[in-house]
Design a protein around this ligand. Structure first.
Ligand SMILES: Cc1ncc(COP(=O)(O)O)c(C=O)c1O
Length: 385
């Protein structure tokens, strides 16, 4: 399905808040860590638990959940359902990709020193095969084509990057990186977890070969459910590192023992699915699709614009890149003096954010309001007094 590129009007933020009981308890600005489950997600998961208790006949209601979920996820990133495999989390997906790529001793994999470890260890773990990793210095908070030009060589076979960096909120220039990879015959791998749900990502436009994403952050799904995207043309190029009872064609023929992998990305799925996780993620993605991802992006940028203005006013040192093209819904800043004191003040005021390294990280979603950002500003302003 084509993505809608017309300028969105904002969704109705006030109306949306009714779906988030968390708004009654605190100012929740921590979606880069984990999102609260919206009501429709909790309702769908609860219904399944009830049905699981009753069992007889009701299991059949859930037979198409995996297919439905692959369908909406494909829509979300402009791929096809056949290119989606359901996995537990980003780390699992990246491990499947890292161990499946036909890499040889002497090949190198490039990433920058801002990556979350999920996108580092799977590649370091290939050192046993003689594959080298090049962890290059970040350029303004993330990985750029200019940095790649400086550090890549003819043995660079993989470039792997977060669509949005977990600490700085740096939004990668995925189309430019994708073009670089295409021109240099390197696989382009993307960790999507800090982008999907809050920023549009189009795997085709960005020439992404593989993408891995967990559900519990901006997608607002439960923990333990994520997915990978594998470009269709590469399905036969990538090895299938694991084989489970549902990875093969004709898997219902239990004792055929015919190891012929499924023709699509479902070959990476191994056994019994996390049905409750899939139900939750399906409800969450449908909910976000209704709100509209471009609208969510614009609203969260407006909120973070306001936050940045307030931080500047109070002389906080902002670690996030302020170039509008590199901005996402994450803003990190360091606090003068004791960062723990600032964090504690925010906690005392029931403002939920993250402390990461020496930074405070704030990450609003679609239902947060400008009033909430102003409330945060008041606490931050008070710290200086
Ligand atoms: C960029 C990035 N990748 C991955 C993860 C987590 O990975 P997983 O889904 O394996 O828990 C995080 C969590 O903070 C992250 O920020």
């Amino acid at each position: 399905m084509a993505h809608n590129n017309t300028q969105p009007r904002y969704h109705n933020v006030e109306a949306l808040r009714a779906a988030f009981p968390v708004t009654k308890h605190c100012t929740y600005l921590n979606h880069a860590a984990v999102a609260p489950l919206p009501n429709p997600v909790r309702a769908a998961m609860s219904k399944f638990i009830t049905d699981r208790g009753a069992m007889f006949g009701r299991e059949r209601r859930y037979e198409t959940i995996s297919d439905d979920l692959r369908g909406v996820l494909a829509w979300l990133i402009n791929g096809t359902p056949e290119e989606i495999a359901l996995v537990q989390n980003t780390s699992e997906g990246l491990n499947i990709v890292a161990n499946g790529l036909p890499l040889q001793a002497g090949d190198n994999v490039i990433f920058c020193d801002m990556e979350f470890p999920s996108n580092v260890y799977p590649w370091m773990n290939l050192q046993r095969k003689g594959v080298k990793t090049r962890c290059i210095p970040h350029d303004g908070g993330g990985l750029t084509v200019e940095a790649l030009e400086r550090h890549a060589d003819e043995h660079t076979r993989v470039v792997t990057v977060s669509a949005v960096q977990f600490l700085t909120g740096f939004k990668s220039d995925l189309p430019a990186l994708g073009t670089w990879c295409q021109e240099h015959e390197a696989y382009f791998v993307v960790d999507g977890i800090q982008a999907l749900g809050v920023a549009p990502v189009d795997v085709q436009a960005c020439q992404i070969d593989f993408l891995s994403c967990g559900g519990p952050k901006w997608l607002m799904g439960p923990k333990g459910q994520g997915f990978i995207y594998c470009r269709e043309e590469l399905l036969d190029e990538i090895l299938t590192p694991f084989a489970g009872c549902v990875s093969v064609a004709g898997w219902e023929n239990w004792r055929d023992y015919n190891l012929t992998f499924l023709p699509d990305a479902r070959r990476f799925e191994l056994g019994s699915a996390n049905t409750i996780g899939q139900i939750g993620l399906l409800a969450a993605v449908r909910f976000l699709m209704e709100v509209g991802i471009p609208s969510i992006e614009q609203w969260t940028l407006q909120l973070t614009d306001l936050l940045i203005a307030i931080l500047k006013q109070h002389n906080y040192a902002i670690a996030s890149n302020l170039n509008p093209k590199r901005r996402a819904a994450i803003v990190s800043f360091s606090a003068p003096g004791d960062v723990d004191k600032v964090f504690q003040k925010l906690t005392d005021a029931k403002v939920v954010v993250s402390r990461r390294e020496q930074y405070i990280r704030i990450s609003p979603h679609c239902y947060n309001t400008e009033e909430e950002i102003v409330r945060v500003g008041k606490v931050l302003g008070d710290v200086h007094q």
